[in-house]
Design a protein around this ligand. Structure first.
Ligand code: CMX
Length: 436
């Protein structure tokens, strides 16, 4: 057993009694109430999911295992000379709650490298897609095609104890996480840069370094990849992608089914696809302006025109956050350091000066501040990943780290099949006292 898996098992054994105690001694205690508008309004804010991997505070933003994003970026070990930490170290943190040592990360890198072999049929599945296909559809199918590799399925059919489900789920999760960057880079090269060929990862490189290499990108794209995967990894359990992964896995579907489903959820424009929408929307403005940076008045007009035509401003607003997203801030700081003169960055910055006030005046959005997607496309664009359909694939690779860590813990704690209760409109009317 690897050091990481041993440590995880110890944490699982320590944690199980806490859940058992709550269930046994406090299972019937009321901890929240539900309003009619929450039932109609997408269950917004109902406290009904349990995870220790991350917590999203509306004002402060995300914490992974209690650490803010700046703390995560500062404390996790980094490759020599790199600004951003190893993604493999993040996996250790998400699973165990502990910042790993350099040696522990090095062991995970070797473990990941040993799990990277991808069966040829996956490349065949990807190659069989027409070139106009959306990369998210290809990614989802490629992950799905790997389902036959599931260890959990084999073990389940052998009849293992429920207490051991987590172990083969951990194997599946780690196998898929090691493979996803290769699949993502292959999709990118197939759709947009066939001249890059099929680049196999270097045996000595970490995940971020290899991803840059396979994408055909020079430094500091390795740091961009590390930053990107880390900041997108988790956003507690209720967002569409995390919740979908958790829900599908709750039926004991293996992680290939669950990850493919989470990718499908992330592909919506109100969720992960917003990062490509921001770039598409800004390109429209850039074309209108003939490449010139718009004045504040021109920018305001473009924002109002979008709102008045019934569309949302992509990259702004959030279901939980009520302040600027720290994932936006991390990327903004990276841009200020590495690409302060980038024209698209200037557009994004100019937007920040006008959109919050306009959204407040518009009066609908509960959060007028930018979210992660407002900034992430700019960084990719600057380093030559201009095919913005691809951005949500990057988001998916990062998000898989959080979703899969959660599923391992779901299995470790024996979380059951998810099954909320629905009611009819008539029942709801009666509950709120509407007489017919
Ligand atoms: N522009 C215009 N209107 C917005 C808005 C925006 N950026 N954000 C919210 N609103 C509107 C909503 O559409 C809603 O209008 P209706 O009452 O007509 O339906 C109203 O304001 C209230 O919405 P809310 O409670 O503030 O936000 P929700 O929880 O319903 O939705 C989100 C959250 C993110 C879907 C929404 O803010 C949005 O559509 N933003 C733009 C898309 C985007 O950036 N998504 C990425 C989010 C981060 C991620 O998951 O990747």
């Amino acid at each position: 057993m690897s050091v990481l898996k041993r440590k995880l098992y110890k944490k699982i054994l320590e944690h199980r009694p806490r859940i058992a105690k709550i269930l046994k001694e406090h299972g019937d205690e009321v901890i929240a109430e539900v309003t009619a508008s929450q039932v109609i309004g997408g269950m917004r804010g109902i406290k009904s999911l349990l995870t220790d991997i991350s917590y999203l505070d509306p004002d402060e933003g995300i914490r992974y295992r209690g650490y803010t994003l700046p703390e995560v970026l500062e404390k996790l070990p980094k490759p020599e000379g790199a600004e951003m930490p190893y993604v493999e170290g993040l996996y250790h943190l998400l699973l165990t709650g502990e910042i790993p040592t350099q040696e522990e990360v090095e062991e995970i890198i070797i473990d990941f490298n040993n799990r990277r072999m991808i069966p040829n049929y996956v490349w065949d599945v990807i190659d069989s897609f027409p070139s106009e296909s959306h990369p998210m559809a290809i990614l989802s199918a490629a992950v799905m095609s790997l389902q036959r590799e599931s260890h959990f399925n084999v073990k389940y059919h052998e009849g293992i104890s429920k207490m051991d489900y987590w172990s083969s789920t951990y194997e599946d999760a780690t196998n898929l996480l090691a493979k996803m960057p290769l699949i993502g880079a292959y999709i990118y090269n197939k759709l947009y840069h066939p001249e890059n060929g099929h680049r196999y990862p270097k045996p000595t490189c970490d995940l971020g370094g290899n991803f840059a290499y396979m994408m055909g990108k020079d430094k500091p794209y390795d740091d961009v990849a590390r930053m990107y995967f880390i900041i997108h990894a988790d956003h507690e359990s209720g967002n569409v992608s995390a919740h979908t992964g958790h829900l599908v896995a709750s039926s004991l579907s293996d992680i290939y089914y669950a990850t493919s489903a989470m990718i499908n959820g992330l592909a919506g424009p109100l969720h992960g696809l917003a990062n490509q929408e921001v770039l598409r929307w800004l390109q429209g403005l850039k074309e209108q302006m003939g490449g010139e940076v718009p004045t504040e008045e021109e920018m305001k007009k473009y924002v109002w025109d979008t709102l008045n035509s019934g569309q949302v401003i992509p990259g702004y607003g959030h279901a939980v956050l009520r302040k600027t997203d720290p994932r936006y801030t991390v990327q903004r700081e990276f841009c200020l350091k590495h690409l302060p003169d980038d024209p698209i960055f200037k557009y994004v910055d100019a937007l920040y000066n006008v959109v919050p006030d306009i959204l407040r005046e518009h009066g609908k959005a509960k959060n007028p501040w930018p979210n992660v997607d407002a900034q992430s496309g700019v960084v990719q664009w600057h380093y030559g990943v201009k095919e913005y359909d691809f951005y949500t694939v990057l988001f998916s690779i990062g998000r898989a780290f959080g979703v899969l860590s959660n599923i391992v813990w779901d299995r470790a704690l024996g979380f059951p099949l998810e099954r909320p209760k629905s009611i009819t409109t008539e029942m709801l009317e009666k509950m709120v006292g509407i007489k017919k």
